[in-house]
Design a protein around this ligand. Structure first.
Ligand code: NZQ
Ligand code: ZN
Length: 387
């Protein structure tokens, strides 16, 4: 284990009536002006918007609406939200939505407290925000774990970069299955695959010798796989959905990352693909993972073989480490097919010509934390194989 300090700032309310409990217990600590941020309208159709507004009114709050946060939120939308928050002197931001809404609000929360441009601050000056408008997250689409961390994935359209920006932690998070019932099955599955991806990206980071973080991770991965198989047959299986909700949080609440270094390779590639195509995050990852792993497994064959044995129940008997590793990667690919996610860019529905893939490869920022430091040519080869 590497050295670490652990504490956690997010109060999580999980289960039935969680929004009511969270809002009644938490919101009184903050001022009167609440900005209610949401996406393209699913919260209005599902009735969640009306329910949350009446809880806020009951708590004596004035509500400013900030609608229209798109999937894969843009930096322009962050600026729009921050300007509104400043204009209305917002005391608290309540994000009601999936990863996109929550991420956008994390950066609005930081941008509303400074006149400096957050992007320039973080990427040019390497200074990270320390002051935030407090915020809460009512999760309506689980999988990203965005409610549990202070990283936000934002697309800067002019720069053609989709990447992690650091912002606020939610002061509280609400995870209630009732608020996710209306989520389309495809999004439930791609979101849960995103969770599995977060686990794998951490697991293949370093160190890769036996350690408690990875052993907990193996349990979470097995749990995601078991429950994903269940929801792919019956999306309304509440027990399985609730398990997946907590799996999602577990993958991003820091526990699995303690003592580990990882750079989320598949994510770095998928995020850049998102900058060029606006593809669904979990679906993009489903395409990339098996292809990426076939490229890198020889650099960490023992770890991939262990993954095959412990996560996919593959026997290593009579096999070399390479053979066991490859059998595990094949099991992952078969699983992706079984749960109905795309296995190539064609199925994902994106036009993947050489010029676009080259641009994605050249702009993907890979560090050294995950088995192998890939160069742009290798990423280009991986992307071409994804077609
Ligand atoms: O906009 P609305 O109308 O709400 O519709 C959304 C959206 O179209 C819909 N939806 C959400 N809740 C619903 C619902 N539809 C019906 N009923 C509900 N209850 O689902 C669609 C997708 O929503 P989105 O928030 O984009 O999905 P997700 O939660 O997968 O978030 C994806 C974003 O999170 C980033 C991704 O890159 C992507 O931008 N990530 C954030 C991470 C983080 N902060 O830690 C980690 C992840 O790796 C990921 O990169
Ligand atoms: Zn992800």
């Amino acid at each position: 284990m590497k050295d670490f300090t652990y504490s956690y700032p997010v109060n999580v309310y999980f289960g039935t009536d969680a929004a009511k409990k969270a809002i009644s217990q938490e919101i009184g600590k903050y001022g009167k002006n609440v900005m209610l941020a949401y996406g393209g309208g699913s919260v209005k159709k599902s009735g969640i918007y009306d329910a949350v507004v009446s809880m806020l009114k009951e708590a004596g709050k004035d509500v400013t609406d900030f609608p229209g946060i798109m999937p894969n939120p843009t930096y322009a939308k962050v600026q729009e939200g921050a300007a509104l928050a400043k204009e209305k002197n917002v005391d608290f931001i309540l994000a009601v939505g999936g990863g996109s809404v929550i991420d956008c609000c994390k950066i609005i929360s930081a941008q509303a407290k400074t006149d400096k441009d957050i992007w320039e601050m973080e990427f040019t000056d390497h200074v990270f925000p320390t002051e935030f408008v407090p915020m809460g997250a009512v999760v309506t689409a689980t999988g990203t774990g965005a409610e549990m961390n202070n990283g936000a994935v934002i697309t800067h359209e002019e720069k053609k970069i989709k990447t992690g920006v650091f912002g606020a932690f939610a002061n509280f998070a609400v995870l209630d299955y009732e608020y996710m019932k209306s989520l389309p099955a495809k999004q439930v599955i791609s979101g849960a695959f995103d969770t599995l991806s977060h686990c794998m990206e951490t697991y293949f980071g370093s160190p890769r010798t036996a350690n408690i973080s990875d052993e907990i991770n193996e349990a979470v991965m097995r749990n995601v796989i078991r429950n994903l198989k269940i929801v792919s047959k019956n999306v309304f299986d509440e027990d399985a959905r609730r398990e997946l909700m907590w799996d999602s949080a577990m993958a991003e609440n820091g526990i699995l990352k303690l003592g580990k270094v990882t750079d989320f390779q598949a994510h770095m590639i998928e995020h850049q693909l998102g900058a060029y195509t606006d593809c669904n995050h979990g679906c993009g990852l489903a395409v990339i993972h098996p292809v990426l792993y076939r490229h890198i497994y020889k650099d960490a064959a023992e770890r991939f073989a262990h993954f095959a044995e412990t996560v996919w129940d593959i026997s290593a008997e009579g096999k070399t480490a390479d053979e066991t590793a490859l059998a595990g990667i094949q099991a992952l690919a078969d699983f992706i097919r079984e749960i109905g996610l795309p296995i190539n860019f064609k199925e994902l529905g994106i036009q993947a010509d050489d010029a676009m893939l080259r641009a994605v490869a050249d702009s993907t920022n890979i560090m050294a934390g995950c088995c192998k430091k890939l160069n742009a040519d290798e990423i280009f080869e991986i992307l071409k194989e994804c077609r």
